[in-house]
Design a protein around this ligand. Sequence first.
Ligand SMILES: Cc1cc2nc3c(=O)[nH]c(=O)nc-3n(C[C@H](O)[C@H](O)[C@H](O)COP(=O)(O)O)c2cc1C
Length: 434
Amino acid sequence: MADLTTEFAGIKSPNPFWLASAPPTDKEYNVRRAFEAGWGGVVWKTLGEDGPPVVNVNGPRYGAIWGADRRLLGLNNIELITDRPLQVNLDEITRVKKDYPDRAVVVSLMVPVNEDAWKSILRRVEETGCDGVELNFGCPHGMSERGMGSAVGQVPEYVQQVTEWCKQHSDLPVIVKLTPNITDIKKPAQAAKDGGADAVSLINTINSITSVDLDLFAPEPTIDGKGAHGGYCGPAVKPIALNMVAEIARTPSLQGLPISGIGGVTTWKDAAEYLALGAGNVQVCTAAMTYGFKVVQEMISGLSQYLDEKGIDSVHDLVGRAVPNLSDWQHLNLNYITKAHIDQDACIKCGRCYAACEDTSHQAIAMSDDRTFTVKDEECVACNLCVNVCPVEDCITMVEMQPGEVDPRTGKVVEKDYANWTTHPNNPGACAAE
Ligand SMILES: Cc1cc2nc3c(=O)[nH]c(=O)nc-3n(C[C@H](O)[C@H](O)[C@H](O)COP(=O)(O)O)c2cc1C
């Protein structure tokens, strides 16, 4: 059996699945249930300083985007950091950590950009016996208007400064949680590293408005006739988050900085993808909110089986395996040729491939009178659109061919041959794409 244990920024956990800082980790009751279900660690819902209580809206705080089967694809929220008193949270964290010494308990923090505020909360958090702190520089709504959250995460100088204070005033591992609401994720990641961070985690939520009530003419969720932008998460954000994780993982100056991958992790496969692209573990919020804590059991068994099948001994050995294969466009092999192939037994004759290709692409699919759809190899540029719009999985596949090879289905020679493409310093295709 593959070894699922991880050591992330010096913090040990029995598996790489942590719950992200959010409602699932807001209180002792939840976290105990999560640990009983099998989660390897939690990042406690963000704590703020003692002071005027944080007050959430009392109307709906979530908006959503669904797939055609009503499966939740994207979740939008306008929730603030914890609205429970600081000392109540700290007491609960102390009890939970004592009862679950083998699990990772990290505490998320957000206080104003003020050294004394950070020093004071760090001192109190350390007394809980927790394993580390995560600095929430990411929340895009509510707290950012008060100069916290993404208002800090969007300014690399602040990221570095606050990280330095935390390293100076605490011995705990410091994980800096990054906001995706920025042009170049490498900048705040570098600032975190320069400030001495032990790791970064990403992504926090993306600025979003999920929908508009067309009777009230107000963004949803609507609170008494008005709406505000919120933070987007769930499966829809995974591609954006994966790219940001990979950008950090492949940047030379950021080597050695552990990354906790967050955003849309719903299955073991999502997690394996993050790990392969350089994350040392993953954090999950929306999937737990959608399917409950036991969703982790599928993640654990799926990842374990995958590693065994691949002959990979441990999670550690999977981390970063795909990073060397992440390339820039100009290094892609133009001699790699594929053509679409339609499996006639699987085809349900819906014609989506034909409509997409005929109207919007390369007119490379023929339709006969009896609605048999076949690929015209000589027109097919292998764009993959037919594969993506086909409702039947694996009905259309891309078949690899060699230049000069005779396509057995058409009897024609595959003509494309950019034998010298690598010698072009300025590949014209690359320029056009930019
Ligand atoms: C309702 C809700 C509340 C959240 N609150 C926090 C928070 O207090 N602190 C924080 O760092 N992130 C917070 N997040 C962001 C999550 O920790 C996570 O970064 C984000 O949801 C992406 O992961 P996911 O796609 O698995 O949901 C919250 C997310 C949601 C949905």
